[in-house]
Design a protein around this ligand. Structure first.
Ligand SMILES: Nc1ncnc2c1ncn2[C@@H]1O[C@H](COP(=O)(O)OP(=O)(O)OP(=O)(O)O)[C@@H](O)[C@H]1O
Ligand SMILES: NC(=O)c1ccc[n+]([C@@H]2O[C@H](COP(=O)(O)O)[C@@H](O)[C@H]2O)c1
Ligand SMILES: [Zn+2]
Length: 251
């Protein structure tokens, strides 16, 4: 079992980056699966989770306005007491690479911890996405990228990710991958020199209760005016219908 200087397990915060257009229960389920995995393996202590929706200028098909995605995410996350929403990425004036997003969140957390050590009264810059203050003690925190296997697969798309970014993410953070139908993460790792080199920085977690829901499939149903009940949180469905998102008609 890994232990840090104070004899406890290294603390980590999981961050999921993506479009979340719209957020599905599987986006949040990834966090629960990963938290259980680390609890069982006792290698790290998961002290928080962050969802960081990408900037509008990422420009992916089906990406609705950031304000809508933030609202849908906060509605979907109402029932979680540990997965928090970060609006930093979406509120920047341009799209940021994932490496920059991870670096920002890790630095913000660790700067906060360091400043608490100096003088608790002087602490400023606390963010809504921070884990509870009682969990932010003197040990520094690593932010790990939490993703489905298809995101790992996207590393191999020519020109999409910088090789040095992948290396940086692996060395400075680490990646926690949840299996997803249609993607074979073991093969993806085998076929990539960089992923194989840093294999021990990748935690591969089998999701034994897979769910094939995706935002794309949900958008397709909405476009056709078909029901998405039980695929999304009811409050998210109501919000989509209220604003007519994804060309939805009332179901
Ligand atoms: N059903 C799923 N199983 C495992 N991981 C998932 C699942 N759905 C989404 N994810 C993961 O959630 C993160 C955010 O994904 P994203 O916003 O692209 O959702 P999506 O459902 O794949 O949407 P889209 O269909 O628009 O690509 C990614 O890391 C993705 O791999
Ligand atoms: N070079 C990079 O850092 C890079 C490239 C492509 C996608 N991404 C990120 O990966 C995530 C992918 O989201 P989607 O699966 O919804 O496309 C987004 O958060 C996006 O910003 C990062
Ligand atoms: Zn996707």
């Amino acid at each position: 079992m890994l232990k840090n200087s104070s004899g406890s397990r290294p603390k980590i915060v999981l961050i999921a980056c993506g479009s979340f257009s719209p957020p599905t229960p599987m986006h949040f389920r990834m966090f629960e699966i990963a938290k259980d995995y680390f609890k069982i393996h006792q290698s790290h202590e998961v002290i928080g989770g962050i969802v960081s929706p990408t900037h509008d200028s990422y420009g992916k098909k089906g990406l609705v306005n950031g304000k809508h995605r933030l609202t849908m995410l906060s509605l979907g996350l109402r029932s979680s007491n540990w997965i928090k929403l970060s609006d930093w990425e979406i509120n920047q004036c341009h799209w940021n690479r994932t490496k920059v997003v991870l670096e920002y969140h890790q630095n913000a957390l660790n700067n906060f911890i360091n400043s608490r050590n100096i003088d608790d009264e002087c602490v400023e810059n606390e963010h809504l996405w921070f884990p509870h203050k009682s969990l932010l003690q003197k040990d520094l925190i690593k932010i790990k990228l939490l993703c489905g296997a298809d995101l790992l697969e996207s590393f191999a798309i020519p020109g999409l990710w910088k090789e040095e970014d992948i290396e940086d993410i692996l060395i400075n953070h680490g990646i926690v991958v949840i299996t997803r139908s249609g993607s074979n993460p073991e093969t993806i790792i085998f076929e990539s020199d960089i992923l194989s080199k840093y294999r021990k920085h990748i935690v591969l977690i089998t999701n034994f209760v897979p769910n094939d829901v995706s935002s794309t499939k949900v958008r397709t149903l909405l476009r056709r005016g078909e029901s998405v009940k039980y695929l999304l949180d009811d409050s998210v469905i109501q919000y989509i219908e209220k604003w007519g998102l994804y060309n939805s008609t009332t179901t």
